[in-house]
Design a protein around this ligand. Structure first.
Ligand code: VGL
Ligand code: ZN
Length: 193
């Protein structure tokens, strides 16, 4: 299904392209680094390019020592919260942080504090094309969050990777995004005007 980019209203949104989620990182997403051969060229085809960052305080409720499911990861100001050097940041125009409330697990980049949806709309954006990690956590929840804010959402299947803590998680996440109204495409479907 070819989709024509309109730079006035389309944004590329890259979910959590951070060191902690890349191979060698504490919450490595298998093959997570392979998305950048798709994402980096795409960053030069959009006027608005946004990236989210998982940005946890050291005592975050999602960490094992507080009963959560995850090893400490993406701790504010630490090396592994940085964007991976594999991401081409040269055309990055917005960064949005999430997960900073120590008491709240949050996988979506769209919330009342970040007001990411409003920031995009203020720049004229009504459609977003989403890549990043992890398909079954922050990509899924951010896509659902964006749809709830009335944005049109295209998920780029060749620009996302998931974890599959339980077999089938990635498949379910894709199906759920589709059922909520996201369109699942690949970068090859994107054409210039
Ligand atoms: C994520 C697990 C914990 C993600 C963030 O970015 O998908 N996953 N925190
Ligand atoms: Zn996290």
């Amino acid at each position: 299904m070819p989709v024509t980019i309109n730079p006035e209203k389309d944004a590329l949104v890259i979910i959590d392209p951070q060191v902690c989620f890349m191979p060698g990182g504490v919450l490595a997403v298998p093959q997570g680094n392979e998305i950048f051969s798709v994402i980096n060229p795409l960053t030069h085809r959009f006027r608005v390019v946004a990236a989210s960052a998982d940005w946890h305080p050291p005592n975050h409720v999602s960490f094992k020592e507080r009963g959560g499911p995850w090893l400490p990861h993406c701790v504010q100001m630490r090396e592994d919260a940085n964007f991976t050097p594999e991401l081409d940041q040269s055309n990055l125009s917005m960064v949005v942080r999430k997960g900073y409330n120590p008491e709240k697990e949050q996988y979506t980049a769209f919330d009342e504090v970040s007001r990411f949806g409003d920031m995009l709309k203020a720049r004229g954006i009504s459609r977003i094309f989403v890549g990043g990690v992890a398909t079954d956590y922050c990509v899924h929840d951010s896509v659902i969050g964006a749809l709830k804010e009335g944005l049109d959402v295209y998920v780029l299947l060749d620009a996302i990777k998931g974890i599959n803590v339980h077999p089938g998680d990635i498949e379910h996440a894709l199906e759920d995004m589709r059922e909520h109204g996201a369109k699942l495409i690949t970068s090859k479907d994107i054409v210039e005007k």
